[in-house]
Design a protein around this ligand. Structure first.
Ligand code: NAD
Length: 259
């Protein structure tokens, strides 16, 4: 896979999966644009990646704010001359609360980041990609896009929604040279999974190690996945090697969805 001189935008670029995927793209020659709402994490990610200023752009932006989204797309074009890949990856796990005890605003917040953020990223990137006659988008979904999970209604609903958005965007662009796919990770060892572990044992932080073991035991491969194992599939979906793949979502979950 070769991404020489391609401009690759990664939202949630300062998070666990985003950062490692940025490194994988950069290792294959891409120029990377890291978008995140956390400016400190963006600065430390930029330092860790060690790319020269000619190969990296960091943009502090909230993916739920349309002006921010338009800005990171415009800044990408201005700096690198194109937008070749969008990894629409920013996400938020939300709280663990049964539906009957949930409130509108909490539900809305998760939907805004995980669904509206993906929608806005696609909306603005697709205009550029359609003009170019080329491009690839990979949306981060989750096995939560295909199964239910008691207590996680906004996250589950949001990821199911992104499966539908991915298929629809793919059909709208199938004959334009632009492909849109999804990647569906599960149990990947990042900050988000750490938050989920804490949410599963809110009253007993000493129990976290047991929670980790329980989750790992539920994965057919009996372990957590690594961000790089997601990155490898993202790169494939974004590459010319996947030239006949669109509207698909690929699990990266140690066999979880197969159960
Ligand atoms: N870790 C897992 O097990 C797992 C499993 C399935 C799906 N996912 C999905 O993978 C994606 C990345 O998650 P991760 O595990 O790397 O988590 P993470 O918490 O390490 O990273 C998420 C990043 O998104 C950023 N972000 C959140 N809201 C944002 C917003 N409104 N605007 C801009 N940036 C925002 C955060 O600042 C953070 O840097 C998410 O979409 C998540 O739902 C993760």
């Amino acid at each position: 896979m070769n991404f020489n001189d391609k401009a690759v935008v990664i939202t949630g670029g300062a998070g666990g999966i985003g950062k490692i995927t940025a490194k994988a793209f950069a290792d294959k020659g891409a120029n990377v644009v890291l978008v995140d709402m956390n400016p400190d994490a963006l600065a430390s990610t930029k330092e860790e990646l060690g790319l020269g200023d000619d190969r990296i752009l960091t943009v502090t932006a909230d993916v739920t704010n349309e002006e921010d989204v338009a800005r990171f797309v415009a800044e990408t074009k201005a700096k690198f001359g194109s937008l070749d890949v969008l990894f629409n990856n920013a996400g938020f796990e939300g709280p663990f609360i049964p539906i009957k005890d949930s409130d509108y605003k909490t539900f809305q917040k998760v939907m805004e980041v995980n669904v509206y953020g993906v929608f806005l990223g696609m909306k603005h990137a697709l205009k550029v990609m359609e003009e170019q006659g080329s491009g690839a988008i990979v949306n981060t979904i989750s096995n939560a896009g295909f199964i239910g999970s008691a207590g996680m209604s906004p996250y589950i609903a949001s990821k199911h929604a992104v499966v539908g958005l991915t298929k629809t965007a793919a059909l709208e662009h199938a004959d334009t040279g632009v492909r849109i796919n999804g990647v569906a990770p599960a149990a990947i060892d990042t900050q988000m999974l750490g938050n989920i572990e804490k949410n599963m044992s809110p009253d007993n932080p000493d129990n976290i190690e047991n929670v980790r073991k329980q989750i790992q035991a539920s994965v057919p491969m009996k372990r957590y996945g690594l961000p790089v194992e997601v990155a490898q599939v993202v790169l494939f979906l974004a590459s010319d090697e996947a030239s006949f793949v669109t509207g698909a979502t690929y699990p990266v979950d140690g066999g979880s969805l197969a159960t």
